[in-house]
Structure formats: C-alpha cells, structure tokens
Design a protein around this ligand. Sequence first.
Ligand SMILES: [Zn+2]
Length: 146
Amino acid sequence: MCVEVSRTCKCGKNKIQFHLRDNVLTPEAIAGLFCPECPGDVPFDHETMLMDNDWIIEYDMILAKTLVEKRLGVGQVKVTPQYLFDRGYGAWLEIYPGERMDIDAEKKEIIALAAIDSRQYLRRIHSWNIERLRRLREAGWRKARM
Ligand SMILES: [Zn+2]
C-alpha cells in the first residue's frame, strides 16, 4: 500500500497529488509546493528543495532523514531531495503535475476513432504514447528522463 497525498501550491492555483512509495515518508515530509506561477519570494534551498521544470517541492529534510534511516536503515546513503524524488519516496504521482488532465484532453480525439476503426485506433494510441514520452523527456521532466 502506498499513501497518496496532495498538496496545494503556495499561490493556491494548483492541487497536486504525490506518491509516497512504500510509505517510507509520511505526508508531513512534503513540506511545501511551488508552481511556476507562485511568487518567488522564497529563496531556493538545495538542501531541502527539488526543482522540476520550474515546479519546486520542499521537503522536511529532518523528518525525511529520520524516516529513511528508521525504515530503510541506510545510514550510509545521503538523503537529499534528489534521492527522495528519484526513488519515488516523495514524487509526483504522475510524470509531471497536471499530466492526467492533459492526457484526457489529448486522448479524446483518438478515442473517438475507436468506434470507427479499431486497428487504426490501436496504432494511433501506440504512436501517441511514444511521441508523448519523447516530448516529456525533451521538456526535461525529471521522471520522464529516468
Ligand atoms: Zn502556485
């Protein structure tokens, strides 16, 4: 079981879901979220923050370190925001925030094809997926690059 947790960014425009793999972190370890439109009055802190295409996740690193050490017993691993994100212990539920909404919009047109021509539909869905992942990698989203 993995806990899903959502956070609203500082400016209040975006509510984003996070995935906490294996429940290593508790929801409190996700201390803050800043979208690209949030006011930039909080200085970026490499020790506690991770930037992914102008979105910033702030972790409670004291809590996160305690939890990782307690649950994984990895005293030799340096617990950083990058570690927490890349291992999936505290990362976007989606590849990037808002992905689900984009997918629904893009898929609508292709799905209409399913009723008409199912073979062409399968081809289109397949190439759309590949193309989409390529786009996300190019855009530099951290999860797409891994
Ligand atoms: Zn915001």
